[in-house]
Design a binder for this molecule. Structure first.
Ligand code: GCW
Length: 662
């Protein structure tokens, strides 16, 4: 039986799957050949499109008539998700290699639109470079007194949970799964990595609620994962210890995993934040992260599951007076010595930068230091530090830089292609009618999925795909406008916020808006050390914290000296005088002034461009964007003025161009 396409609840934005995106497919004659659940999902999609646009779909070869499109199940060696695509003699043929390939092949055809039915195309093979392409939801089941329903969520409540229970709004969850499948995401973790009391129970007595979500996401090729607390044997099982080497603890986890699989046979596995920011972990028992991860891996192994063990471990009770502790060093110091000790089904999930999802950070040195460990790279689609979905900040170019980074330099392998444990994004989605708060933040989610499929893809090409899908009948002017708004938005955000890789300077707690010294004397380890002479953190091996030496050559050398360090990372790696001359030829202080004036000018221009697109964008979407651009501009001005005034007051150096600094 074909699976029916989910009905979008009233008022919910169709994002990148508006009905019109299916017109080229829906006007054609399609034959579907094969069997299995994903074939039913595909059949449902094609049937719905044909019903809307007058085409025809048959199961099997049919009789007599030729087909414009043949979607069939084959047996190539392109893995479970691969497919081939070709067009000859007026017929487009997609042949799936494994079970899920047809789903991705179908969405490939949808993306191509009319092009899928024109001319000829020799056989192309498509398969994802990365097997696991995952979204981690930081959704709480019960509303947390400080963090709310969704930790760092800027798009309303959770799609899955509300006020302590599963929402059970399955049409919406199905529509979500469908959107994810259309951009290539195949795994979702359904709860926050900070596992509070209510959420802990999802693992045991409340697994049925997780199974409900898993059942709805399954037809879209998405496996469900769960964040669990390391202390579960104590808090749920009543054991006196959670020591990973204790036999009773190991038996408890083995049984817990078996019960999970009884409820969800294709369950993906556990996500664990251990010994990090107050979460429990193996350190309590004098055990290592490998001991902890391997215990959970052993519990999951008989069922084909994976544990995602996060590497976000650092001292969050630091003393700002102590310059020997460097938070940036922490993940490498904790984990690199454990390379080779993790089980095959344990993945170490590493944030892309050494600190915490800042607008500019170097690539984490852990990603080049653990060849014998399956690593996953974690990026943050939810815009905690990049404007909280009130500012437009398309992160495609930033993620692409990370994924293309070669830890061993030219000739080495790119981070994105060596991520054997997968690519993971913290989700930016909630129950907001536009899914992501700012309608343009949808582009981040889409781009993540497509980059996870092909990490070295050109993000600008992906953005064009997103535009074409989301606005299928867009006149050229709209497409050009959207490109203008999104292309440079990350750089614009960088310009008006913390300069030259120094990071933070945000308001403590909620992390929105400027507060230059907000974290300067805090225990969190995020300092800029500005004084009257200069600014930045000396992380060199020669005179600083030694962080630069965590990289292999050539990077260790490139970062070691201010003479070779890239401008945009200068203050991450070095403490320099305000008069230090950048490669750009400007002094640091003048760079700060110039970029802050430019950033605001660019935000003003963006607001103007968006205003000019009224009439070309659905009015509700346009109104939401317009309201957010007002806030972006207000906030950008606040950033500019606080940063410029702060550094003028510290340095006493006037702006060369005599602009107003308060
Ligand atoms: O970015 C920080 C956030 C925390 C988050 C933590 C993490 C889920 O401020 O809210 O906790 O990182 O990644 O674990």
């Amino acid at each position: 039986m074909p699976l029916s396409v989910p009905t979008l609840p009233e008022g919910i934005d169709p994002a990148w799957l508006p009905p019109d995106a299916f017109r080229p497919l829906g006007e054609r004659r399609t034959s579907i050949r094969g069997s299995g659940p994903f074939v039913e999902t595909v059949h449902g999609e094609v049937a719905e499109a044909c019903e809307q646009f007058g085409g025809e779909v048959v199961r099997g070869a049919g009789t007599g008539t030729s087909h414009d499109l043949v979607l069939c199940q084959g047996d190539d060696d392109l893995g479970d998700e691969g497919f081939t695509y070709e067009r000859a003699d007026g017929t487009t043929t997609v042949t799936a290699s494994g079970r899920r390939g047809l789903l991705y092949g179908l969405f490939h055809v949808v993306r191509l639109g009319e092009k899928a039915f024109r001319g000829a195309c020799p056989r192309e093979a498509h398969r994802p470079a990365v097997a696991l392409r995952m979204l981690d939801h930081w959704d709480n089941v019960a509303v947390h007194p400080v963090m709310g329903q969704v930790e760092r969520g800027y798009a309303g409540g959770s799609l899955f949970w509300r006020d302590g229970r599963s929402r059970g709004e399955w049409q919406r969850v199905r529509a979500y799964g469908r959107l994810l499948a259309a951009c290539g995401i195949n795994a979702v973790s359904v709860n926050n990595v900070n596992v509070h009391e209510t959420e802990a129970h999802l693992l045991t007595d409340r697994i049925g609620e997780v199974a409900g979500i898993a059942g709805v996401l399954r037809p879209y090729g998405i496996r469900t994962h769960l964040s669990v607390t390391f202390a579960a044997p104590v808090v749920l099982g009543g054991l006196p210890t959670a020591d990973p080497l204790d036999e009773a603890v190991r038996a408890w986890w083995a049984e817990a995993a078996a019960r999970v699989y009884a409820a969800i046979p294709d369950f993906g596995g556990f996500v664990v934040k251990a010994d990090s920011e107050g979460q429990p972990g193996p350190f309590t028992y004098g055990r290592s992260h490998a001991d902890g991860a391997n215990m959970l891996a052993a519990a999951l192994a008989p069922h084909g599951g994976t544990v995602h063990w996060r590497a976000f471990v650092y001292d969050h009770h630091q003393d700002w007076r102590d310059r020997t502790t460097d938070r940036a060093r922490a993940a490498y110091d904790h984990f690199a010595p454990l390379d080779g000790e993790f089980a095959d089904n344990a993945v170490l999930q590493v944030k892309h930068g050494p600190m915490d999802f800042q607008v500019r950070e170097p690539v984490s040195p852990v990603l080049g230091a653990m060849p014998r460990t399956r690593l996953a790279v974690e990026v943050q689609a939810t815009q905690e530090y990049t404007g909280q979905q009130r500012h437009v900040c398309w992160l495609g170019p930033m993620w692409s830089e990370v994924l293309r980074f070669r830890p061993e330099g030219e000739g080495g392998v790119a981070v994105g292609e060596s991520a054997r444990g997968g690519l993971v994004a913290v989700s930016n989605v909630g129950d907001d009618p536009f899914w992501t708060g700012h309608p343009l933040a949808q582009a981040n989610l889409y781009t993540f999925g497509r980059l996870a499929w092909q990490p070295v893809a050109d993000p600008h090409r992906i953005l064009d795909e997103w535009i074409a899908l989301s606005f299928p009948s867009a006149p050229q002017r709209l497409a050009t406008g959207l490109r203008t708004l999104l292309h440079g938005s990350w750089r614009t955000y960088e310009k008006y916020t913390a300069p030259l890789g120094v990071g933070f300077m945000v308001q403590p707690g909620h992390h929105y808006g400027p507060s230059v010294d907000g974290y300067e004397y805090s225990p969190w380890g995020t300092y800029h050390f500005a004084d009257r002479d200069g600014v930045g953190v000396d992380r060199s091996a020669a005179t600083g914290t030694g962080y630069a030496a965590q990289y292999a050559k050539p990077w260790a050398e490139v970062y070691e000296s201010p003479a070779t360090c890239p401008d945009e990372l200068l203050l991450f790696f070095h403490h320099v005088p305000y008069g230090h001359v950048l490669h750009s030829g400007k002094t640091v202080i003048q760079h700060i002034y110039d970029t802050h004036f430019e950033g605001v000018a660019e935000a003003e221009e963006a607001r103007r461009v968006w205003a000019g697109l009224a009439g070309l964008v659905d009015p509700a979407r346009h109104a939401r964007g317009a309201e957010r651009y007002e806030e972006q501009l207000r906030s950008a001005r606040e950033w500019r003025d606080q940063i410029n005034s702060y550094f003028f007051r510290k340095s006493g150096v006037p702006d060369e161009r005599g602009r107003l600094i308060h």
